[in-house]
Design a protein around this ligand. Sequence first.
Ligand code: AMP
Ligand code: TRP
Length: 342
Amino acid sequence: MADAARPKRVFSGIQPSGNLTLGNYLGALKRFVQMQESGFETIYCMVDLHAITTWQEPEDLRNATRQAAAAFMASGINPERSILFNQSQVPAHTELAWIFNCVARMGWLGRMTQFKDKAGKNRENASVGLFAYPALMAADILVYHATHVPVGEDQKQHLELTRDVAIKFNHDFKVDFFPVIEPVIKGTATRVMSLRDGQQKMSKSDPSDMSRINLTDNEDTIRKKLRRARTDSEPISDSLQGLEGRPEARNLINIYAALAEIQPDEVIRQFAGCLFSEFKPALIDLAVATIAPVTEKMNGFMRDPAEIDRILGVGADNAASIAEPILHETYEIVGMIRSRTM
Ligand code: AMP
Ligand code: TRP
């Protein structure tokens, strides 16, 4: 099918490997909600199989998966309108990932910067899963014939690999079966930076908790972390160009813009000439006003873990009913006999 003729279908995932951060909220969750509200068919997944490519304590993983689901719902994902589930409940993902392991090349995966960063110096000791991670991610997306994938900037290279996998599969088997997806990396918060170092991405795996705002942080903690966020002693310039070479300053302006849903140059217009000691109280009030209701709703969902599990189960049933026929057809294209009667 020509890609332009395919119905739009959105897929994205988040690893349940710790607390979700303000980066996840602004760079991913808010965008996921916008896509749901725009009337697309939306499928969102807690990628627990990706999480275990690095060590996870089993009880922590279960809890983080429920927390992530609670964060989706607290941010506005409605499980009646979007499919919400955890990856391991739909085995079609891993089945297609195996086929993609045989399509993707070692060289492609070896060039992935996330692998290089996470494996560090001791590559021999990284799990095979960490290396194959992008093939599973391609399978997550393509097993639904998804066409649009909203993510933060750090996932761009993985989405390019997803395109390469689809192109090579279609080429090798002489079919036009998998869509060549569109990455959706848009908005002011595609890369929220650490509060301690404007050159590092805000990440749930940063050893310093002061580097990030977690969606589970209470008001006092949010206030304290933003008060202590690194800045410089220069006033806010009157243009965005004036913030070049000041990554911490630029990051706080971007966070404000994303929270207020305005453009960064509008923030500059409002605060030009102010010192960060004057800007920060406004940022703190805005951050608290935005995040506190999300945290409160999350806590509400977390009081009923059985209900979260039920929602994920229903989501997984719905996801499987889309994925299984596509997986079945893939096996046929590859040349596998499919003759079971049940
Ligand atoms: P992860 O937490 O790595 O599973 O990421 C889940 C989603 O959040 C992906 O789309 C990421 O690109 C996005 N994301 C993670 N950290 C950030 C950040 N600091 N800024 C913007 N987006 C982010
Ligand atoms: N690798 C993504 C991340 O760490 C998570 C992910 C897994 C994902 N599968 C996906 C994102 C499919 C988008 C689509 O952020």
